[in-house]
Write a protein that binds this ligand. Structure first.
Ligand SMILES: Nc1ncnc2c1ncn2[C@@H]1O[C@H](COP(=O)(O)OP(=O)(O)OP(=O)(O)O)[C@@H](O)[C@H]1O
Length: 567
């Protein structure tokens, strides 16, 4: 309800009084018609005022008691005009101030009501005794408790473990208090603070949010994170075939025959077994077969069975379920599953444990398996290409490799010929490999002379094309001209031949004059070379075993057998 401001005339003046009246006028509490005081230069003139109904005068305030002023009252007084003196005025002032205070209070209360009504957060207020005084609509929406059910109750009865009870007990603010609403079973997070007015504790207020949705969203986010990281894992393990048949260099009969069989193999999904010495291109052929198969756009997944410890190989191949073992905090998809619809390349398959051989056999026979710790049978359609530089047939005879698995793998057999048996391919290989190395290292084109190429052809390349690649890389790095000097080639070949001739001499001595090198001497020599090249640290031995085409376990056995000096 709005009321008209009081119309007031001041007769006589006091500066303080006039100031107060002007303040009130500004606040809209009074309508100051004028000040009559012939002795004050600041007085607002009322001379022109004549009593009239249009200009009602509610109040005449007489500030001076002299006759001259008192006589003036009747000039302005109307029927309903109240005449008051200075003392009464101050009582009136007190009343006006209170009214103004109340108006301000009412404004802030309206503001608070609006804020709390539309606040998304629940708000609850208790007095100093813990009796609930107020709850907002969001309180009821979140907790499912109506204001009638809550207001007037002791917080210690209705929410003894909530943030408000805590603040009442400690008189200190509480931030991020988690609890569950009994009414709706909804999880909430609250902030609460004591209310103190002029040093006196008056109660406490809490604001809180429903975090069920937030928790739900955060769990969904975690789930998505897991899915993304497992997709990243998958991507890292699935390879695009790096080579095609065009990358296989060689015009010799032996390599052309192998390429021919491999191209036929690429037209089917049959299992392929590739055998051959280390560094002869078994992996290269596996890539090329996949790349020219009808499913070349499907994954190509490679696993080196000798490079992964036997204890880990099973979960690497078959995957595992969450909780299958101590560190299995999330499900992992194995390589076989990753290769579904594509190709799984099992390098060094001869190094697989008997237990895994049995599991692999099942994949080959019935195209199904279970993840480690899993019950569900997973069906896959995978082409398997296996490779080994062991004599698998001999391993079968020795009982180290399952015969049934050997025959399952042996559907199509490829034999990659050693470089020494196709040395006529060396010039073309040198040229192609130098281009490949040059672009990898960012070097400008380089070449060997015919003589230099001839020097390379004199060597019998026990490490095959990988060894040739390594020698060429060293020559390219060391040469200061684009045509590699023959002297540099000779120096490198002498180094290689020197190592061999030492063993040759030993072999010759052992064989009393024959020029045939005993295999054991050759083997010991090669292991020795690999160890001095890669070092005897675990990483070095792994590389040495890899370049020798044997498992790390076999390498350790050989070191022991030949009593090779480590370090
Ligand atoms: N015919 C070839 N033409 C061109 N490069 C070849 C050829 N054969 C092998 N290479 C290259 O020689 C290196 C060794 O080849 P790859 O790794 O395929 O041999 P591997 O027989 O699988 O060896 P390991 O048995 O030690 O695993 C690779 O860089 C490969 O590209």
């Amino acid at each position: 309800m709005t009321t008209m401001p009081l119309s007031l005339i001041l007769i006589g003046s006091a500066p303080e009084l006039q100031r107060t009246l002007l303040d009130w006028k500004q606040l809209g509490a009074i309508n100051l018609i004028g000040v009559w005081d012939p002795h004050s230069p600041d007085a607002i003139s009322c001379e022109s005022l004549t009593p009239s109904a249009e200009q009602p005068v509610d109040l005449i305030l007489v500030a001076n008691k002299e006759r001259e002023y008192l006589d003036k009252i009747s000039d302005f007084q109307q029927e309903r005009t109240l005449v008051i003196d200075f003392h009464t005025f101050w009582i009136l002032e007190l009343l006006v101030e209170k009214t103004l205070d109340l108006q301000a209070l009412s404004k802030s209360e309206q503001l608070f009501q609006t804020i709390s009504k539309y606040s998304h957060e629940g708000i609850q207020f208790v007095d100093a005794q813990g009796i609930v005084q107020y709850v907002n609509p969001s309180f009821s929406r979140i907790t499912n408790v109506s204001p009638e059910e809550r207001i007037g109750k002791s917080i210690f009865d209705v929410s003894p473990n909530g943030a408000l009870a805590q603040v009442l007990k400690t008189r200190a603010p509480v931030i991020g208090w988690k609890s569950t609403s009994h009414g709706s079973n909804v999880e909430t997070i609250s902030n609460a603070a004591p209310i103190t007015v002029e040093g006196e504790f008056r109660g406490a207020v809490t604001t809180f949010q429903d975090i069920t949705e937030i928790k739900h969203l955060s769990m969904e986010l975690q789930q998505r994170d897991l899915e993304i990281s497992s997709l990243h894992d998958h991507l890292r393990q699935v390879h695009i075939p790096r080579y095609t048949f065009q990358d296989i260099i060689g015009e010799s009969k032996s390599i052309q025959r192998t390429i021919e069989i491999a191209k036929k193999a690429a037209r089917t999904r049959s299992t392929v077994l590739i055998t051959g010495e280390s560094g002869t291109g078994k992996e290269l052929f596996a890539h090329a077969i996949h790349a020219s198969s009808s499913f070349h756009q499907k994954p190509f997944v490679a696993v080196n069975c000798a490079a992964i410890p036997a204890s880990l190989l099973e979960s690497e191949l078959f995957g595992y379920e969450k909780g299958a073992f101590t560190h299995a905090t999330k499900q992992k998809i194995g390589k076989i599953e990753l290769a579904n619809e594509g190709t799984l390349f099992l390098d060094e398959v001869g190094d697989m444990s008997p237990q895994l051989q049995a599991k692999l056999l099942r994949v080959l026979q019935s195209k199904e398996f279970e993840r480690v710790g899993g019950l569900a049978t997973i069906k896959v359609n995978v082409r398997i290409i296996a490779a080994t530089n062991h004599n698998l047939q001999q391993l079968v005879e020795e009982g180290a490799f399952r015969e049934d698995l050997y025959y399952r793998l042996h559907v199509i057999r490829l034999e990659t010929p050693p470089l020494r048996d196709r040395i006529e391919d060396l010039p073309a290989l040198v040229q192609a490999l130098m281009e490949r190395i040059g672009s990898r290292l960012g070097l400008s084109p380089m070449a060997l002379t015919n003589k230099g190429t001839g020097l390379l052809s004199d060597y019998h390349w026990p490490g095959n094309i990988r060894e040739l690649e390594n020698v060429l890389e060293r020559l390219m790095n060391e040469s200061t001209s684009s045509v590699i000097p023959d002297s540099l080639v000779r120096m490198h070949m002498n180094k290689l031949l020197g190592t061999l001739s030492a063993s040759h001499a030993a072999g010759q001595a052992a064989l009393s004059g024959t020029d045939i090198l005993p295999l054991r001497v050759m083997e010991r020599e090669q292991i020795n070379r690999a160890l001095s090249k890669y070092g005897t640290s675990l990483a070095g031995k792994k590389k040495a075993a890899n370049s020798l085409g044997i498992s790390i376990a076999t390498l350790y056995n050989k070191i022991k057998e030949y009593r090779l000096q480590e370090g």
